[in-house]
Design a protein around this ligand. Structure first.
Ligand SMILES: Nc1ncnc2c1ncn2[C@@H]1O[C@H](COP(=O)(O)OP(=O)(O)OP(=O)(O)O)[C@@H](O)[C@H]1O
Ligand SMILES: [Mg+2]
Length: 257
């Protein structure tokens, strides 16, 4: 089992009062967070609202820079010595967000939306077009969806479009932040099964953030529990959810019953 993406001793804080003239007090959002996901593995991240899940997701994808600690992709630093995310790594790490309504620009066609992550790549126009068709096929959307607009699709279909956009660069890992939370239960199951099929087909890894333990149980091999910016428990999903060791995990389970 080889480690694909790893976070080591991540620390992140925000200033509590933006307008303060004096150095504002800082609030710690993540404290000494270390975790990893292996190839072909799904790591679930659970925790109550405000525990730091989205902040951690953004640090793992390189959208946010940690104050301390580092992210490694295949054992190499995600950022170069100047602190920039390495260009050769960028296409390998993709993200899917929660909101199937707001995440897609309503003025863009599905082709433009799905093609967008390829802008920085040296691929030819034909190859980009081929990738878009392949990605739409991968998520079981008709190829003629490419000329339509997001409003013409249901919530579940829009989340497939977001998945197609993530797949188009042929990533190794996808970080999904509450990716199915806005969908009804039956659509959730369809999208989760699609993600699991894609994992088998392409050997993908996922970091799957959710407050919904049923979703986490369905998709994750291992799980990490965040509380107040710290990981308080981690282990195989079944053992953590069936035999929780930490009070925070027990509270999350009780709240979900
Ligand atoms: N840019 C920011 N400015 C101020 N506070 C922030 C900022 N980003 C995050 N925070 C704070 O950091 C904490 C963690 O936020 P984060 O969004 O990571 O939590 P979360 O676990 O994703 O919550 P939710 O389940 O509600 O999505 C919260 O208290 C939030 O208010
Ligand atoms: Mg969040």
């Amino acid at each position: 089992m080889s480690i694909l993406l790893e976070a080591r001793h991540i620390q992140f804080s925000v200033s509590e009062h933006k307008s303060s003239f004096f150095a504002p007090p800082r609030k710690t959002v993540l404290q000494d967070v270390s975790l990893h996901v292996a190839e072909r593995e799904t790591l679930g991240i659970v925790g109550s609202s405000g525990s730091g899940k989205s902040t951690l997701s953004r640090i793992l994808t390189g959208l946010l820079k940690p104050e301390k600690g580092e992210v490694l992709f295949q054992g190499q630093a995600l950022r170069d010595t100047a602190g920039q995310v390495r260009k050769d790594v960028r296409p390998h790490i993709q993200m899917i967000f929660q909101d199937p309504q707001g995440a897609l620009d309503p003025r863009q066609t599905i082709r433009q939306i799905v093609k967008e992550p390829l802008h920085q790549t040296p691929l030819s126009t034909e190859e980009k077009e081929r990738r878009v068709r392949q990605a739409l096929t991968d998520v079981a959307l008709p190829v003629d969806a490419a000329d339509r607009y997001p409003r013409m699709f249901s919530g579940g279909q829009r989340q497939r479009i977001a998945i197609a956009r993530a797949l188009v660069t042929r990533p190794s890992v996808i970080i999904a932040d509450e990716a199915v939370s806005a969908l009804d239960v039956s659509t959730q199951a369809v999208v989760l099964n699609l993600l699991m099929d894609l994992q088998n087909r392409y050997g993908l890894s996922y970091i799957f953030v959710s407050h919904d333990l049923a979703v986490i149980r369905h998709i994750s091999h291992r799980v990490a529990v965040l509380d107040g910016g710290r990981i308080v428990e981690t282990g195989p999903t079944v053992s953590v959810l069936d035999h929780p060791q930490h009070p925070t995990t027990r509270a999350l389970i009780d709240a979900s019953l």
